[in-house]
Design a protein around this ligand. Sequence first.
Ligand code: NDP
Ligand code: DGY
Length: 322
Amino acid sequence: MAVFVTRRIPAEGLRVLSQAGGCRVQQWDSEEPVPRAELLAGVAGKRGLLCLLSDRIDREVLEAAGPGLKVISTMSVGFDHLALEEIKKRGIRVGYTPDVLTDATAELSVALLLAACRRLPEAVEQVKNGGWTTWKPLWMCGYGLSDSTVGIIGLGRIGQAVARRLKPFGVKKFLYTGSGPKPESAAEFEAEFVPLTRLAEESDFVVVTCALTPATHGMCNKDFFGRMKKTSVFINTSRGAVVNQEDLYDALAHGQIAAAGLDVTTPEPLPTDHPLLSLKNCVILPHVGSATYATRNTMAVLAANNLLAGLRGEPMPHELLL
Ligand code: NDP
Ligand code: DGY
């Protein structure tokens, strides 16, 4: 069972593969992404592929792999980097890593929200550069969660975990949107299902935690930001492409919304001269939602176990049903 692993992954994950009888591992053993040519060469003739969200697994890769490829296991819950139609056509099984990163990502989403609405990076900078001259009544003021309305785009695993963490801050009302109402998920927060336009208009905080799909691509655009309140804060920890970044820049630069916090951007990494980085009211993180040691180790082990189960023709711990 020859497999290709596209990156250096936490040692626990690799151990699962190397200790499995009959599994021959070839790895791109680097912190940096595998170059495309190495990916195409590495996957050739393999039965299994363990990849990351930064690897675009499209028809070219599947063709380079050849008909022997039976399983793709991604060390991520997001799967927008996988050409699912092509994968399905070839009867390849797909494993992914839901649940195990939900807490870490929700925690980071809350941290990012607080950093953006209470202007933490800006305030830290003032301490360092001498801008802190005395205590001033309106200096460095921001917006708090108490009595607020929070709108969640995508009340899935992470969206619910974010709502659960925000509720004790004194949130008055939760709104959510998605492909349809989810009364069972919403009950805990008494969250109301609303159209996207109403969520934009009424929320003091918008948190994007949906999957990237054709329907959500570019969903947060000029019209969306134009409907938001001037005092509202926008947070995205899903995928960069859900947001039209030019429209977000305009909304932030012209005071259409108060602030934004992004853990995900287009592209990644965001070029250091990107206009969004010139804005004081935009906090940008380098896609670190799931970045705790424990979570990344668990993700690697789960990805390895998904791969092995798929190779053995057994049920996977977490299989994406195509
Ligand atoms: P889930 O599948 O549990 O949730 C995805 C949500 O997206 C669902 O609630 C779904 O709602 C919603 N959704 C789908 N279509 C739409 C739509 N048209 N409008 C609004 N919402 C929609 O996934 P997770 O919560 O586990 O993960 C969500 C995403 O978070 C991942 O796909 C990934 O991209 C991202 N992520 C980012 C991380 C980071 O490091 N920043 C870490 C982990 C995940 P419905 O059921 O109604 O269709
Ligand atoms: C995912 O898993 O989709 C995240 O973006 C990284 O953990």
